[in-house]
Ligand binder design. Structure first.
Ligand code: ADP
Ligand code: MG
Length: 458
């Protein structure tokens, strides 16, 4: 083995260590990784010397795909990871900053939870484009889906908005249910969790609330920054106990958030340290090749053919956020379907002229949406916002609610308030209804696309 390759291996490992420290949790990092050394790397096979047999087994059985993904991300090419037992001198331990929390209560007999109620069928692994920006998170998600339970618990996925957290987390749900249709998989946003908690307390139903949330096989909790921002002791406590109940029974937790655990300063240290005790996976902005690949995949999934140069143009223009990227694609598809031709580059340039390179969306309000739906679906605005539940009115209302959830930052509660004081569960029902129809019925998909692009017109 040439000397420089060995050096390269060292550099690679040195670069990987801080990433792995952040991602793999203190037990694995301090216990094993810190004491491991790179033995060789020939540009393909990376041999890692680990301190003992136990560590070698643990790393091979559980963590190999994750370490490998991290190495590949840095090497920008496939890496095959081999473990070799090689005792090394150990550096003195750094003292731990925080105490590990103690476990709290034991769950009672299991109760069946809702299975995969609101999983978006498109958010699966097959539709997810894997690249360096998400390789680690993807590997972790695949592992969790393969063997949910104590090995990677919790899996904490964080990124800025629109980079695939919800997609990955729901992909886990789909895969778990594919492998075991009886698995109790529960996907819920932290906001809905808190809302349901509030109603449960109000109606003296906390026992059934707990039965529902604590006895699951896989809990997928999305956007937990909500719990950090509302600053409610009750919600945080309930979250903590829910977390513990699931964790202690060796069931899987997957958590998504817009920031890494250490940045959630408003949460108590005991909650924060629980959150970072498992695997912490980040998603970063995709580079231009990845953005092109994502657009290609989406266009393909929608059955739309677009020129490569169009895809490249859009991918170059919109850098920051995959959701915005998709919005632009929808807009282009909508125009293409109206005109019945493949849009030329100049038309595309015009269509996405209002997307700045930072990908900031135009601000759209509920009023705009209601007015647009009212005009397009020939239903008076007061009817959309009013109490009537006749069929002709319910559908436009559901469409307007769907668009509001997609195009604004309003919470379910706020949307309910705008739509005549409706309950958040009604809002969610409307949203799910339309989401399902978009998948099932092409006419609905095109209608929604047209509405979206109409609303996003400057
Ligand atoms: P987040 O939850 O981080 O805000 P989402 O999971 O909602 O982001 O993703 C935003 C959109 O981008 C979704 O439509 C999702 O399907 C898409 N997306 C994100 N990452 C990928 C990827 N790697 N491959 C394909 N689509 C992706
Ligand atoms: Mg999300």
């Amino acid at each position: 083995m040439p000397e420089d390759r060995t050096l390269e291996g060292k550099t690679l490992w040195e670069q990987a260590l801080p990433l792995l420290k952040e991602r793999m949790g203190p037990a694995t990092y301090d216990g094993v990784l810190k004491q491991s050394v790179p033995l060789s790397y020939d540009g393909e096979v990376f041999v890692l010397g680990v301190p003992n047999e136990f560590s070698a087994n643990m790393l091979s059985n559980q963590h190999r795909p994750l370490i490998q993904a991290s190495l590949e991300e840095l090497a920008h090419q496939p890496v095959s990871l081999v473990m070799e037992v090689k005792p090394v001198a150990v550096a003195p331990e750094q003292p731990e900053e925080e105490q590990r929390p103690v476990s709290v209560e034991r769950p009672a007999a299991p109760v069946r939870a809702r299975a995969g109620g609101v999983l978006n069928p498109r958010y699966n692994f097959e539709n997810f484009v894997v690249a360096d920006c998400n390789r680690f998170a993807h590997a972790a998600a695949v592992q969790v889906a393969r063997s949910p339970g104590p090995a990677y618990n919790p899996l904490f996925i964080h990124s800025k908005v629109g980079l695939g957290k919800t997609h990955l987390m729901q992909a886990i749900g789909h895969r778990v249910l594919q492998r075991n249709p009886d698995a109790r998989v529960l996907y819920i946003s932290a906001e809905l969790f808190v809302n349901e908690l509030i109603s449960a307390i109000r109606d003296n139903r906390t026992a059934s609330f707990r039965a529902k949330y604590r006895h699951v096989d896989v809990m997928l909790m999305d956007d937990i920054q909500f719990i950090a921002t509302i600053n409610s002791q009750t919600s945080e406590e309930e979250f903590f106990h829910t977390f513990n109940a699931i964790y202690e029974s060796d069931k899987q937790l997957v958590i998504a958030c817009d920031a890494p655990p250490r940045q959630l300063q408003t949460l108590s240290p005991r909650v924060r340290s629980r959150l970072e005790a498992g695997i912490v996976a980040d998603l970063r902005c995709p580079n231009v090749e990845t953005r092109i690949a994502i657009l290609e995949k989406k266009a393909q999934a929608d059955g739309v053919k677009l020129d490569r140069e169009v895809l490249e143009y859009v991918a170059e223009k919109i850098e920051s956020n995959i959701r915005v990227l998709e919005g632009a694609l929808l807009k282009i598809c909508a125009v293409a379907s109206l005109d019945g031709v493949q849009p030329s580059l100049s038309v595309v340039e015009e269509i996405i002229a209002d997307y700045s390179t930072s990908g900031v969306d135009r601000h759209i309000g509920v009023e705009d949406i209601v007015a647009h739906v009212s005009a397009q679906m020939d239903t008076p605005e007061p009817a959309i916002l009013g109490p009537k539940r006749s069929k002709q009115i319910v559908w436009p209302r559901q469409v307007a609610i769907y668009l509001t959830r997609e195009l604004t930052d309003l919470s379910l509660i706020e949307i309910g308030r705008h739509f005549g004081g409706r309950d958040h569960s009604t809002v969610l029902h409307a949203y799910n209804k339309v989401s399902e129809l978009i998948v099932e019925d092409e006419k609905v998909m095109w209608m929604i696309n047209n509405f979206k692009s109409g609303l996003q017109q400057p």
